[in-house]
Write a protein that binds this ligand. Sequence first.
Ligand SMILES: NC(=O)c1ccc[n+]([C@@H]2O[C@H](COP(=O)([O-])OP(=O)(O)OC[C@H]3O[C@@H](n4cnc5c(N)ncnc54)[C@H](O)[C@@H]3O)[C@@H](O)[C@H]2O)c1
Length: 278
Amino acid sequence: MKKLVLTGAAGRLGSYLREPLSKMCDTLVSTDIADDIGTLYQGETYIKGDLASLDDMMKVCEGADMIVHFGAFVDEGPFEQLLGPNFIGAYNIWEAAHRHGARRVVYASSIHAVGMYPKNEFIGTDVPHRPDTFYGLAKCFAEDLGRMYWEKRGLESVHMRILSCAQVNNARALGSWLSYDDLIQLVTRCIETPVTGFSVIYGVSDNDRVPVDNAKASFIGYRPKDNAEEFAAQVLAETDPLDPKDPGHMCHGGPFAAVQLGNLVMADMNVVDDRKKT
Ligand SMILES: NC(=O)c1ccc[n+]([C@@H]2O[C@H](COP(=O)([O-])OP(=O)(O)OC[C@H]3O[C@@H](n4cnc5c(N)ncnc54)[C@H](O)[C@@H]3O)[C@@H](O)[C@H]2O)c1
């Protein structure tokens, strides 16, 4: 692989992907709207850019074999706040990838594309979209965009519907956890699989309580190794009885399923910022 692009490189998940991705190609072009991303790995270059600018993304994606697209506004919020980075940003990435003849986009989609399904439905990768927020709607848009660019323009994409890639400190995460090691394996497989067409796969570890079914994405060869059950005794001891009528507990989307459309939700979720430092 000559050139990979990573968007969202300054973000928490991006911080764990930069080093392994830099080892998979001659040049890793990391990009974000942040001013800088710390010390660069061997083979890595950094280009500051705005996802909402097609000119910026054309510059970033020039000569890329594949684009690993993680950049986004990561929260629920007013539609207008998500429009630039998440909706237009997705279009700009797929359009720039197409114009430059890239082979594939590997996309950080989300469980929030299907977040309104109740948790006692063991959902597969082919259930109809059921977004829980404008944030989830943007993930649905990017998935449909990816399908259309595959069917009309032959640009492959793998849409990793990540559940929750963060430290396990709540009951939902016992099912939804994706460890950083498993994230790296997942992204690696999505890049290395020879042919993917348009594909969807859930980003989740090998948890005893996993609520989603990756059977139809088995060909990608993702075999997670971590299991959130190791945290179960402590997490459950600290958890009060939960209201079964609260969509925040009953739906796949968790707190995003309960929040009013357009309201921020991440600040209440106690996500630990343990990004990898360089
Ligand atoms: N963390 C999770 O559990 C989780 C779950 C599902 C999906 N995802 C997806 O994974 C990706 C990364 O998530 P994260 O947790 O690392 O979030 P993060 O907020 O730490 O990283 C997102 C990055 O995108 C960048 N960004 C925002 N607006 C931009 C713009 N206009 N132009 C360029 N860059 C911009 C930010 O500066 C940030 O560095 C996101 O697409 C997110 O939707 C994450």
